[in-house]
Design a protein around this ligand. Structure first.
Ligand SMILES: NC(=O)c1ccc[n+]([C@@H]2O[C@H](COP(=O)([O-])OP(=O)(O)OC[C@H]3O[C@@H](n4cnc5c(N)ncnc54)[C@H](OP(=O)(O)O)[C@@H]3O)[C@@H](O)[C@H]2O)c1
Length: 219
């Protein structure tokens, strides 16, 4: 059984890759930072894993430029970015980059993989959404907009993709202890005090992702 994981050079994506390799899957890990990707790659148990270095913004712009992944039984889309900006300081370039990374890329790339049947009939897809889609603090408007769009798109595409029994889920974790969160706290040390929930550990998210993917198919 083969799984593609984007954003696998860090945080949730990296931990998800390690989990699925432990479960006997062949894992294709994707990200931009080759050094960190290679670190994750060498930590994967088992054999048959692949490493793909690339920018999802390029893939979304021209899906034909994407590598051929072959027959995928599952995909976890964990690539994403989060930048904060006060509402009165919004500018198009950063907003557009956030939307392209968190919304346009997962939609276009998943569509391409479905259309080209690299996502095989019965495949399982999980997108990393966020609780911010429903409830986010000040400064998070760009991120919230991107993840809100992702949740809405997932509900529609799940219906369309069910024709080939491809299941699409969008998980929506609260704040997770990852490099993304650490970078935000470095820039805004007061952030943890402003959260009305506790910061959860990566393993909790990986368990939920694994449950959604493995409930109906097993290697
Ligand atoms: N952390 C949280 O609190 C939290 C909560 C809810 C949802 N999420 C979502 O969960 C996902 C993973 O978050 P995380 O906390 O694990 O973040 P992270 O540690 O910062 O990892 C983000 C990953 O996305 C990749 N990425 C970003 N832009 C990319 C691009 N243009 N092309 C290719 N890869 C790109 C990064 O690759 P490189 O580093 O190699 O460029 C990295 O592997 C994100 O979608 C995030 O929005 C996070």
């Amino acid at each position: 059984m083969k799984i593609l994981i984007t954003g696998a050079s860090s945080g949730i994506g990296a931990a998800t890759a390690v989990h699925f390799a432990e479960q006997g899957w062949q894992v294709t890990i994707a990200g931009r930072d080759r050094e960190r990707l290679e670190g994750v790659y060498t930590s994967l148990r088992g054999s048959g894993h692949e490493l793909v270095c690339g920018d999802i913004l390029d893939w979304a712009e021209d899906p034909k430029s994407m590598p051929q992944f072959g027959a995928l039984n599952a995909m976890v889309w964990s690539a994403g970015c989060c930048r904060l900006a006060a509402g009165m300081l919004l500018r198009a370039p950063l907003l557009e980059r956030t939307l392209k990374t968190n919304l346009v890329a997962p939609m276009v790339v998943t569509s391409h993989l479905y259309r080209t049947k690299q996502l095989v009939d019965g495949a399982r897809v999980v997108w990393l959404g966020s609780q911010s889609a429903h409830d986010a603090g000040e400064g998070f408007s760009m991120y919230a907009a991107s993840k809100g769009g992702l949740s809405a798109a997932a509900r529609v595409l799940a219906k369309e993709f069910s024709q080939r029994k491809v299941a699409l889920h969008c998980v929506e974790p609260a704040t997770v202890n990852t490099p993304m969160t650490k970078a935000l706290i470095e820039d805004f040390p007061e952030l943890p005090k402003k959260l009305d929930h506790k910061i959860i550990e990566v393993d909790e998210v990986v368990s939920e992702v694994a449950r959604l993917i493995s409930s109906s198919i097993r290697p």
